[in-house]
Design a binder for this molecule. Structure first.
Ligand SMILES: NC(=O)c1ccc[n+]([C@@H]2O[C@H](COP(=O)([O-])OP(=O)(O)OC[C@H]3O[C@@H](n4cnc5c(N)ncnc54)[C@H](O)[C@@H]3O)[C@@H](O)[C@H]2O)c1
Ligand SMILES: CC(C)[C@H](C(=O)O)[C@@H](O)C(=O)O
Ligand SMILES: [Mg+2]
Length: 349
């Protein structure tokens, strides 16, 4: 019996994970679920955003369904105790270095996209974001300059091994899709990025069938709204991937639509979560779009459980609901989180 750890977290996290869990229960009757607090909820309950017991469950589980963490109430805590430390800790402790963030425009969502319909319709891409390194995990600190000014610093750093392993995921992902990989960096300014580019080019020698291109991140941000259809797979670092995926979400209609998978070296055990956060502005109001969480559950079925057929069924059910006009407020409609989940569940048969 596969064990699924459910880590709902804060804000809309519990609302959307409840919907995703119902979908999992509907397509797989043999799953065992265990829930544990994470983020601000865990800090309040246990004094730490990632308690040992939660980390143990995550280690033990076959897959993790994660909601979202964070609330402005915790923004003054020391960094190690903030809710966000939990998600970073889980990614690092479980060596989940490869973050797959697909952005696709579902039929009917042209009007929700921030782009013109004919431009929006072309988006079908996968962002492969490195998740264990970069400026997120480099040495950081605060101090005072000789002149008495407050200063802060965060070291951006990758070693070639870290770049090589995510580059391979990028090339393999492109091979399984349409054979095009765009590596995004800032090699015109950053040494970390020059190393990134050099290593990606070295790895490319093993993938002569893949069409490799490179873009600076500022240009990539522009191209993503000018012509998202030009991209198949984008491989990039932790920070650039974070930013570009939120941007891609609005090209595809809403941040409430984008799922993600964080995978380790075996490409199997993983943590699955919407790319969005805890959305304190709409938490507790039943307004959250559960599709990103539901589509994350589909990725869990596909990657961690090897159940591609069940994953397809879930994705088709979401597509069907959207095509038939089901809309939460972020998509211009008025369905509640639960009503949207019902629309999906009904289409699972
Ligand atoms: N994976 C995570 O746990 C994660 C990701 C991003 C941000 N955060 C945290 O979440 C908190 C809020 O951050 P933020 O406001 O910058 O980003 P956010 O993604 O939580 O929200 C941004 C905007 O998008 C809307 N939104 C997000 N998800 C939605 C959904 N499913 N349906 C409808 N609308 C949705 C919100 O209402 C808000 O207006 C912060 O504490 C941040 O650190 C956590
Ligand atoms: C909450 C935060 C640490 C996280 C990140 O920056 O990775 C989030 O924005 C995401 O996209 O998953
Ligand atoms: Mg983000």
């Amino acid at each position: 019996m596969p064990l699924i750890a459910i880590l709902p977290g804060d804000g809309i996290g519990p609302e959307v994970t409840a919907a995703a869990r119902r979908v999992l229960e509907a397509v797989a009757s043999d799953l065992e679920f265990a829930e544990a607090p994470v983020g601000g909820a865990a800090y309040e309950a246990k004094g730490h955003p990632l308690p040992e017991s939660t980390l143990d469950l995550a280690r033990k589980a076959d897959a993790i369904l994660f909601g979202a963490v964070g609330d402005f109430r915790f923004d003054t805590l020391e960094r190690a105790l903030r809710p966000e430390a939990a998600i970073l800790g889980l990614r690092k402790e479980l060596s989940l270095f490869a973050n797959l963030r697909p952005a696709v425009l579902f039929e009917g969502l042209e009007d929700a996209s921030a782009l013109r319909p004919e431009v929006a319709r072309s988006i079908d891409l996968m962002i492969v974001r490195e998740l264990n390194g970069d400026v997120y995990f480099g040495e950081k600190g605060r101090g005072t300059t000789a002149d008495g000014l407050r200063e802060g610093h965060d070291l951006m750093r990758y070693d070639e091994g870290e770049v090589r392993r995510i580059a391979r995921v990028g090339f393999e992902t492109a091979r399984a899709r349409n054979g095009k990989l765009c590596s995004v960096d800032k090699a015109n300014v950053l040494e970390t990025s020059q190393l990134w580019r050099d290593v990606v080019i070295e790895v490319a020698a093993d993938y002569p069938d893949i069409e490799l291109s490179h873009l600076y991140v500022d240009n990539a941000a522009m191209q993503l709204v000018r012509d998202p259809g030009q991209f198949d797979v984008i491989v990039t670092g932790n920070l650039f991937g974070d930013i570009l995926s939120d941007q891609a979400s609005m090209c595809a209609g809403s941040i409430g639509m984008l799922p993600s998978a964080a995978l380790g070296a075996d490409g199997k055990k993983g943590m699955f979560e919407p790319i969005h956060g805890s959305a304190p502005d709409i938490a507790g109001q039943g307004k959250a779009n559960p599709c990103a969480a539901i589509l994350s559950a589909a990725m869990l079925l596909r990657y961690s459980l090897g159940r591609g057929e069940a994953a397809d069924r879930v994705e088709q059910a979401v597509r069907g609901a959207i095509a038939d006009g089901a809309r939460t407020p972020d998509l211009g409609g008025s369905l509640s989180t639960d009503a949207m989940a019902e629309q999906v569940l009904e289409r699972l048969g």
